[in-house]
Design a protein around this ligand. Structure first.
Ligand code: ATP
Length: 641
């Protein structure tokens, strides 16, 4: 990015200097990369709809969070957005960044160099969230690699990309931690809070944003790390980047590095301008900052509500906001705002810019990157893979040994075979279905953040996650069937073995798809469980082993069409009994009913022997229907604002 001369100045840029030295922007083209970004907003109101996720918006429930706010931030500004807790800092900043929180509606205008904000904001700006979200099993370098591949223009060559990553890791002091795992709170050898913050920051710098939004970047950092981080922001501002930063209780030294301040009280602007002017304005109104007092603490303290006298504090804050609205400082801001709006209205040029020319990575490449990341995470997390695999082998051995020698052509043998088939189906239904319930929701917050910032689509994410899970979803049931089938001594024909193998693999995948659907359809795992448990009971009861399907009560007869357990049971039973003759009856209990051959066995369960292909096809249909429904639910979640 070319840097205007006027931004390249001494170590600390005071706001007045910035504003006096700002060259007039060229109004003949829209190019924030060349000229820096001026953000202006006018009569901005943000309302909480009170409808939570996705409910209907009712005017009565609207709560105003940002109240008729106007302001301007110019290139080279390092602006501190301050106010007491709940004053609306995060809401204002995320709205200006085109990343407004879910459950809010926005009224008013926000312009970047005269262009109304839109999805292009994700290209030209970076947003460092208050809470960092990472995949803890990845290393710093891996995370940067994945992010670079998802965020950078596809014309950036791989060598160039690696150089960008190395430079950023060096600049943020993370180069020596490149191979350290990011970790989670429970891990021992992980990045520190400050390092995590710096990593989040490095990711946002990948595409050289012209505007950076930071939500409380110094919270949780020691004074040295906080100072380092603000130094970096300060350096970027000096080069012409527009920076907005919500900040809580900065030290005097830290505060002195900001050349601009926006004070909020109850969603209203109490001051927007240089820190010196803010102190002078407050002094004029009778609120003089005592000497040797931290000016940031003082400014926030005047606007904050004092316990015990909340109403009086609110009146004071409101009075100061009124006074600011008619002050000369506000008029100065208004001039910039009005000029920008005037130029935007009178300008008649297409918004063609380097941002619109940005070439995102190709669809298959993004899919590959997401698949690679998901596979790496899956393999690194032993709770998902290794333990499950060991457990599966142990169960297959146990089941095989228990049934060994019992599966002969007798009446008891029929019972044992049917029992074993049911065990094979249920073991590959319940465990995968319930264990997947947590896998998808645990990745939702990161997915929502990344997809809403335009890094990838829901379809790419959904397909990538499922493709990463697929090898295990095939290998696990195959190992299970191979061990349990041959040890127990089920029918030793290619047709019987292949049918059981295919059915068990499909059962596991259909059950997993069902689990994924429930986890995407509901907002919490307990809620998903609450609906899934009754359904799985219905599937179990109607699986064909406990009740003859033709005798099902009318109200439950539909379940036979959606139960993969029933389809699998039918196909596997046919494979074991089709063409079997001479099943021995009870020798000493002639009065007991006898299933004399395979046909009798199939009749007993209302199974017809030519339905194997139809059963397999039906499980496949169920698999795709659940995945389709799960995808639709995920899509709805991703689109909710
Ligand atoms: N989606 C929402 N629905 C309802 N209320 C909301 C919503 N988002 C924010 N609010 C409310 O709006 C007010 C401002 O919230 P915001 O997070 O912007 O404040 P803040 O100044 O950043 O606070 P803090 O410094 O504690 O992070 C709070 O009272 C908050 O409860």
């Amino acid at each position: 990015m070319s840097v205007p001369e006027s931004y390249q100045m001494g170590s600390i840029v005071k706001s007045d200097e910035v504003e006096k030295s700002l060259p007039l922007r060229s109004y003949s083209k829209w190019s924030p990369t060349d000229q820096g970004a001026t953000i202006v907003w006018r009569d901005l109101c943000v309302y909480a709809t009170g409808s939570g996720f996705g409910g209907s918006v009712n005017a009565k429930n609207l709560k105003r969070i940002i109240n008729n706010s106007s302001g301007a931030v110019q290139p080279g500004s390092l602006m501190a957005l301050m106010g007491s807790s709940g004053s609306g800092k995060t809401t204002l900043m995320s709205t200006l960044a085109y990343r407004q929180p879910a459950g809010t509606v926005v009224q008013g205008d926000i312009l970047i160099n005269g262009r109304r904000i839109g999805p292009f904001m994700h290209r030209i700006s970076g947003y460092v969230y208050q809470d960092d979200l990472f995949n803890g099993t990845l290393t710093v370098l891996e995370h940067m690699y994945f992010m670079a591949n998802l965020k950078l223009d596809r014309r950036v060559k791989s060598k160039e990309r690696d150089q960008i990553i190395t430079d950023l890791l060096e600049r943020t002091g993370l180069i020596h931690s490149s191979n350290t795992r990011i970790g989670t709170i429970d891990d021992k050898k992980v990045l520190s809070g400050g390092e995590r913050k710096r990593l989040a920051f490095a990711v946002e710098l990948l595409n050289s944003p012209v505007i950076i939004f930071c939500d409380e970047p110094t919270t949780g950092l020691d004074s040295f790390s906080a100072q380092q981080l603000v130094n970096t922001l300060h350096e970027l501002a000096k080069k012409g980047t527009t920076i907005l930063c919500t900040i809580h209780q900065p030290s005097s030294q830290l505060f002195s590095m900001f050349n601009n301040v926006l004070l909020l009280a109850d969603g209203r602007v109490a001051f927007n301008g240089s820190p010196d002017k803010a102190l002078a304005f407050f002094a004029e109104q009778g609120y003089e900052c005592p000497k040797a007092y931290n000016p940031a603490d003082f400014l926030i303290g005047v606007l904050a509500s004092t316990p015990g006298s909340e109403r009086a504090s609110q009146r004071t804050a409101s009075y100061l906001c009124d006074l600011y609205a008619v002050s000369s400082a506000a008029k100065q801001r208004e001039t910039i705002v009005n000029l920008e709006f005037h130029m935007a209205e009178s300008a008649d040029y297409p918004f063609e810019s380097e941002t619109d020319e940005f070439k995102s990575q190709f669809w298959p490449w993004k899919f590959y990157i997401l698949w690679y990341r998901a596979t790496l995470i899956t393999f690194r997390d032993p709770t998902i893979q290794t333990l499950r695999f060991i457990q599966k082998i142990a169960l297959a051995l146990l089941i095989g040994v228990c049934f060994a020698g019992t599966l002969d052509s007798t009446q008891l043998g029929v019972q044992a075979v049917q029992g074993l088939l049911f065990l094979m189906i249920s073991e590959n239904t319940y465990h995968p279905m319930y264990s997947i319930l947590n896998v998808f929701p645990s990745g939702f917050p990161l997915f929502l953040r990344e997809s809403r910032s335009g890094m990838y689509s829901t379809a790419q994410y959904y397909l990538a996650i499922n493709s990463a899970l697929l090898p295990a979803m095939i290998l696990e049931p195959v190992v299970f069937v191979v061990i349990s089938y041959w040890i127990s001594g089920l029918r030793a024909t290619a047709f019987a073995f292949t049918t059981v193998l295919i059915c068990v693999v499909l059962v596991m995948n259909a059950a997993t798809a069902c689990g994924i659907f429930f986890s995407t359809a509901f907002n919490s795992v307990p809620l998903a469980m609450a609906y899934l448990v009754p359904l799985d009971y219905i599937f179990m009861i109607t699986s064909g082993i406990f009740i003859k399907i033709s005798t099902l009560p009318f109200v439950f007869s539909w379940t036979q069409y959606v139960s993969w357990m029933l389809y699998a049971n039918e196909a596997m039973t046919i494979a074991q009994w089709k063409g079997v003759e001479n099943i021995t009856c009870f020798q000493d209990r002639a009065e007991l009913p006898c299933l004399a051959n395979g046909k009798d066995v199939l009749d007993k369960y209302s199974f017809s022997e030519d339905r194997v292909h139809l059963d397999i096809f039906s499980i496949l249909v169920i698999y795709f229907v659940f995945h389709f429904l799960a995808y639709i639910c995920l899509l709805r979640k991703a689109r909710r604002i």
